[in-house]
Design a protein around this ligand. Sequence first.
Ligand SMILES: [Zn+2]
Length: 355
Amino acid sequence: MTYEPKDETLELLRSLSEAFGVAGFEDEVRALIQERIEPYVDELRTDAMGNLIAYRRGRGDRVLMLDAHMDEIGFMVSYIEENGFLRFAPLGGWDARIIPSHAMTIRTQSGQLVKGAVGTPPPHILKPEERDKPFPLEELFVDIGASSREEVEQRGIRIGSPAVIAYPFERLNEGVVMGKALDDRVGCAVLIETLKALKGEELEVTLAANFAACEEVGLRGARTAAFQIEPDIALALEGTVAADVPGVHAVRQPTALGKGPAITVADRSLIPNPKLVDFLLELAEEEGVPCQLKVPPFGSTDAGAIQQTGKGAIAGVVSVPCRYIHSPFSLMRLEDFANTVKLTVAFARRCRELF
Ligand SMILES: [Zn+2]
């Protein structure tokens, strides 16, 4: 039987995906999450970094930290030309070849969204040697239709205004959705649904949910959050690289769509305790949740920062496979999402067994 998501789950994914939340500017995402989780937690605060930290008190003194990052990769206005064109700097790991010819949304000082185009010279006027080369990032510009620097400034844009390539969230067919920022709004959605599913239950551990800021620019939020939470055990919930597409050899396909949550055995930021990996695999089997091991060592995650902060923690990563992350949109299977929630809920209930 095909998995049919609840309307409210789809709506959650849609609003999280479409929210504006470039690294360092996560306020819209944070407000949205805060409103959704308030009924399910005992305590909630935003720290100086911008992390949203929520506690759900349990029995005993062990602390489980579940982390999902709110920020998405984006841009920042770096210069405004006399004639009204904008230059921009990347925030997070972009592939410069895929930025041209998209629409860009810039957020003004007052929170308004201004649309523009990442313009490119038409092929007609390119020299033959220019046609085969990607445009260097520093030569790209955004055209918002303004004709002077003053006009740009009057619209509320200045150096430092954040921007993103924005696509609407869409359901491609019964099982597959596409939208921007699934890395890591899908992790935020897993964490929200986990808190919901645990409503009213007393856990063996205190659960600290961290919706992290600034992951995409160096795992910054998770580090200060872990320092405050002092977890014994932690999972980063991610939307991770799926590369099950034509032309990619299996050894370079970290995960594939439809095979369930991906469990990390090593990435560039951490090597999880093998006991934790085994525990997750056993748990998945007992719960009847399909799962896959993520092919190492691609990517880095908040778990790497959490593992090394303060006294350290047993840390691992569970991810929803998403194709095309770190591009203007990504694509995932709803069933993988649902199975990741199931595994995370089971982990929260039983992680005390690890000690
Ligand atoms: Zn991520």
